[in-house]
Ligand binder design. Structure first.
Ligand SMILES: CC(C)(COP(=O)(O)OP(=O)(O)OC[C@H]1O[C@@H](n2cnc3c(N)ncnc32)[C@H](O)[C@@H]1OP(=O)(O)O)[C@@H](O)C(=O)NCCC(=O)NCCS
Length: 212
């Protein structure tokens, strides 16, 4: 379901999916996106990530407890700025990243989006992080469901995949909860903390596809 938002009609921005009462999607700089995913979580909204989010994003992705089970390895906020530029690029295959933002305060609650987008194959990889102040409130799984549905429908992806360290219990549980199927384990796939580590591959397809 797509709901056109009054506040954004002039910008041609609409909202994909159910939208909480009172919520408004913000205007879009990235014109590759014509409809942002709507988040069925009261008081929160998804919008494209902007350079002005850099400090707030860095503030929590620099925390050891947030990144210990990920491949993040940032030295300063300056490492994050080019990333946001890339997410906002007009280049068709560049990544897409949404800010999860508080409607009341504008505070950055988390981010979620796609990278490793293949246009010929219509596939993309999902990535996400939530500020630890907001963990275990169902926000991660609500965002994962909304953004995956948006990718499969609005972007016509035929596969959304997610890689996660086998030891990242919250991430594994989130993906299982959002209907992602675990397809296998990539052994010694990436170096994390100086050691080769195993990652699970999860994926969601638009419809159940039999083995071919
Ligand atoms: C992974 C992450 C996004 C989950 O966000 P969240 O908003 O806390 O997730 P939810 O509240 O929607 O919880 C999803 C599921 O995971 C479970 N879960 C969350 N944290 C957990 C923990 N520390 N231990 C066990 N289960 C956990 C929840 O209980 C829930 O399952 P349930 O409904 O069956 O109980 C968050 O922990 C995070 O940002 N981690 C750091 C960054 C990261 O690891 N990103 C992913 C890289 S692949």
């Amino acid at each position: 379901m797509r709901t056109t938002l009054t506040g954004n009609e002039s910008a041609g921005v609409s909202c994909f999916g159910q939208h909480p009462p009172g919520a408004r999607c913000r205007s879009l700089r990235d014109m590759r996106i014509v409809a942002v995913p709507c988040l069925p979580v009261e008081g929160l909204v998804l919008r494209p990530l902007e350079q002005s989010d850099a400090e707030a994003w860095y503030e929590y992705v620099a925390m050891p407890n947030v990144v210990s089970e990920t491949t993040w390895n940032l030295q300063s906020v300056d490492d994050i700025r080019p990333l946001i530029t890339w997410y906002n690029s007009e280049e068709p295959a560049s990544g897409i990243r949404f800010a999860i933002s508080s409607l009341a305060t504008g505070r950055l609650v988390g981010t979620i989006g796609f990278h490793t987008i293949s246009l010929p194959n219509r596939t993309a990889e999902l990535a996400y992080d939530i500020h630890p102040d907001y963990w275990r409130r169902g926000i991660g799984s609500a965002c994962c469901s909304a953004v995956t549905a948006w990718g499969l429908s609005e972007r016509a992806y035929v596969r959304v995949q997610a890689l996660t360290l086998v030891t990242n219990v919250p991430s594994v549980r989130l993906l299982e909860k959002c209907g992602f199927a675990r397809e296998g384990t990539l052994r010694s796939y990436r170096i994390v903390g100086g050691e080769p580590r195993d990652f699970h591959v999860f994926a969601r397809l638009p419809v159940a596809v039999s083995t071919r």
